[in-house]
Design a protein around this ligand. Structure first.
Ligand SMILES: Cc1ncc(C[n+]2csc(CCOP(=O)(O)OP(=O)(O)O)c2C)c(N)n1
Ligand SMILES: [Mg+2]
Length: 291
């Protein structure tokens, strides 16, 4: 049986502990990309806080049993942020931290994009944008059909999509599906880091008012600072009380957060990142790593 998760707001001490985790995950993720020399720095750095908030506070799971039948499921639909997920899974104890240095190398169990057949703790293979989100809606329906845990709690599916990913038509078909079936055990996040592969999200295809859009599709929608643990915690607790409809939490984030040379730049998407860049990050203020 997976362990219970807190249902009350995080204390100041717990928020500090999450910030310390984020610092560790952020550095481990960058270090793994530096070992390779190139990687999805931007989209990995923007989701560090939400991954830490989920894995260290809100997901029901058991690192000793990655397939625990009563677990919550998590789908990183923007699968190119695999390096951030791996660093989080390593911090949580799913993987030995030494494995991170094999990122995207021949024979690795940590490919650039998340793969459920290769990595303990990864529930869905992703990378083809839009598909993970569709899968997450089906998983949520499956978990509901499965029924609650023996302690009466709801089995949930959690999913993160990108703002560029939100250009995919498949996302909006799945959005209609989840609302139609009233999947209130589905809690989704949009990493609104303002950039995608070809430039700013606004210039490539303006998403306009994302909150209004998700509400129009029958979802509850919220918008918070995606690097603020207290705000994330409040939004997630509110999402868990929603009945009869799925919840989308739009995260205002900074692409490449914590890497001063790349922060908020389109070039951060799949960027060269070596020991030289790692040293520059380390030389910058420790604060930058806190998120
Ligand atoms: C179906 C599909 N089309 C194109 C791509 C190539 N691609 C990989 S990442 C990316 C940009 C995604 O932007 P966003 O969702 O904003 O990601 P983030 O900013 O979080 O890195 C694109 C177009 C893909 N992986 N899948
Ligand atoms: Mg983006």
């Amino acid at each position: 049986m997976t362990a219970k998760v807190p249902e009350t707001p995080a204390s100041a001490a717990e928020i500090s502990a999450l910030a310390a985790r984020a610092k560790s995950v952020r550095r481990a993720c960058l270090q793994s990309i530096a070992t390779l020399g190139i990687g999805h720095v931007g989209g990995s750095m923007s989701v560090v806080e939400i991954l830490v908030a989920l894995y260290f506070r809100h997901l029901r799971l058991d690192p000793a049993d990655s397939k625990a039948a009563d677990r919550d499921w998590f789908v990183l639909s923007k699968g190119h942020a695999g390096p951030a997920l791996y660093a989080t899974l390593a911090e949580k104890g799913y993987l030995p931290k030494e494995l991170l240095s094999t990122l995207n190398k021949g024979g690795t169990s940590l490919p650039s994009h998340a793969d459920r057949k290769l990595t303990p703790g990864v529930d869905m293979s992703t990378g083809s944008l839009g598909q993970g989100f569709s899968a997450a809606t089906g998983i949520a329906l499956g978990l509901r059909l499965d029924g609650p845990r023996s302690d009466g709690s709801t089995k949930r599916c959690w999913v993160i999509i990108g703002d560029g990913e939100s250009d995919e038509g498949q996302v909006w078909e799945a959005a209609s599906f989840a609302a139609h079936y009233g999947l209130d055990n589905l809690i989704a996040f949009t990493d609104a880091n303002k950039f995608q592969i070809d430039g700013s999200t606004e210039a490539v295809m303006n998403l306009r008012d994302l909150c209004a859009k998700w509400e129009a599709f029958g979802w509850k929608a919220l918008r918070v600072d995606g690097h603020d643990f207290a705000a994330l915690d409040r939004a997630i607790l509110a999402a868990k009380t929603e009945k009869g409809r799925p919840v989308m939490i739009i995260l205002d984030t900074i692409k490449a957060k914590g890497v001063p040379a790349l922060e908020g730049r389109a070039e951060s998407h799949n960027a060269p990142f070596t020991a030289v860049e790692m040293a520059a990050v380390d030389a910058a203020s420790g604060e930058a790593l806190h998120g």
